[in-house]
Design a protein around this ligand. Structure first.
Ligand SMILES: NC(=O)c1ccc[n+]([C@@H]2O[C@H](COP(=O)([O-])OP(=O)(O)OC[C@H]3O[C@@H](n4cnc5c(N)ncnc54)[C@H](O)[C@@H]3O)[C@@H](O)[C@H]2O)c1
Length: 365
């Protein structure tokens, strides 16, 4: 296949490396407005083609797909043009900057029968796959709450706040492992350096069955922390993505409330301090798996695991969080376009449904 990566700043080169190393890809074109970035990419991979203008790629008949790794506000206009020209599109997280633009891309991809995939990288990790399996088979019991911490010092973004920058990963992980979409969101944030661009925020998600999730995102923290705690009625699980070997620890800890009691003196919780179990996880690069999945979806015409709807769900929550921040943390419902509401129900198994058969060279409508 022939592919292009649009945007070769901080993250794009990771996508380029995986495309170059894939045995499914014959040709990679790097596109960036900045010639210095293209010179740098050519030093790393002398065989690649380069261009400063993505419009030069639109009419190339043998270009199969593109990956967009540019700043968030440019995702929609760039992806729309490639879809309109019949190319398959992978977009980095967050999918787009608004619910309306996300819905428009989904409709366009369906109309053109092209693959539309979002870079929710964590859904391709061994750790998150394992957590989904453990929660799914009831290992933790009923989930009571989730606590996510994703903080570090910088990188400050000029056009989006810390929630749009860091929370997409937490949101995609939470929805993937619980198979639930929150109903309402409260978020409180503070902009210390750029007016209107919050650099620290705490977001709370409320789910239908009573589950609650707290997400702490910050660009102003001395430590890089990537930790999520899942507390269930039977067990507790801590996922630390900074750990190299022992990313998941399952604690056989919990408490039992006595069924009845007469006086306060009788009232005593019974705490359980059991073993800690560290499951073995397969060792692979999630980004490699994600890029291979994109190429296989093009090859076989499959719906990606992280499709446009997955992107839309995250964008809908980000919008609700932003509205809540502007209203001092007020509870804000998660909005979803009415014709797409059925995609808020994740209880149907997320899987690879064959859609249109092989898509390489298929007619563009
Ligand atoms: N999946 C992940 O874990 C992950 C990690 C980091 C960033 N990202 C995402 O990747 C995207 C890019 O982030 P980044 O940190 O690499 O940004 P960046 O600013 O470092 O790089 C963006 C690049 O895009 C180029 N660019 C901008 N507009 C362009 C245009 N119209 N045509 C061609 N090139 C253009 C810029 O010159 C720049 O080199 C964002 O959506 C970000 O959220 C994802």
């Amino acid at each position: 296949m022939k592919v292009a990566v649009i945007g070769c700043g901080y993250w794009g080169p990771n996508l380029v490396r995986n495309f170059v190393q894939s045995n499914k890809v014959d040709e990679v074109t790097c596109c960036d407005r900045d010639q210095q970035r293209l010179d740098h990419m050519r030093k790393l991979y002398p065989m690649i083609k380069t261009t400063q203008n993505f419009k030069e790629l639109l009419d190339q008949p043998d270009l199969d797909g593109v990956a967009v790794a540019t700043p968030v506000y440019t995702h929609f206009p760039i992806a729309r043009e490639f879809l309109q020209h019949g190319k398959h599109v992978f977009i980095e997280k967050p999918f787009t900057h608004s619910i309306e633009t996300a819905a428009e891309l989904i409709k366009l991809a369906e109309e053109k029968q092209r693959i539309l995939m979002v870079g929710h990288t964590f859904e391709y990790t061994a750790a998150v796959t394992k957590i989904r399996e453990l929660i799914g088979n009831g290992e933790l019991g009923k989930l009571l709450y989730i606590n996510c911490t994703r903080v570090n010092l910088g990188l400050f973004q000029p056009d989006i706040n810390v929630v749009w920058d860091l929370a997409p990963h937490d949101l995609s992980i939470i929805m993937y492992v619980t198979k639930e979409v929150p109903l309402t969101v409260n978020s409180q944030g503070k902009a210390h350096f750029h007016p209107e661009i919050e650099d620290v925020a705490i977001t709370t998600l409320h789910f239908k069955g009573g589950l609650v999730a707290f997400i702490h995102n910050s660009w102003l923290d001395p430590n890089k922390i990537r930790r999520t705690t899942f507390v269930g009625t039977k067990k507790m699980l801590v996922y630390d993505d900074i750990e190299t070997q022992e990313k998941i620890k399952i604690y056989d800890k919990g408490l039992t409330v006595p069924p009845y009691y007469d006086t306060f003196a009788d009232f005593q919780f019974s705490y359980r301090y059991g073993d800690i179990y560290i499951p073995r996880l397969d060792d692979f690069e999630p980004l490699r798996k994600q890029i291979t999945h994109f190429l296989e979806c093009i090859e076989h015409g499959c719906q990606p695991l992280t499709d446009g709807y997955s992107g839309l769900r995250v964008v809908s929550i980000l919008e609700a969080a932003n509205t809540s921040i502007k209203n001092g943390g007020k509870a804000t419902p998660v909005r979803f376009p009415s014709e797409m509401r059925k995609h808020m129900d994740l209880n149907k198994e997320v899987g690879l449904t064959k859609q249109w058969g092989g898509l390489r060279g298929a007619a563009v409508h």
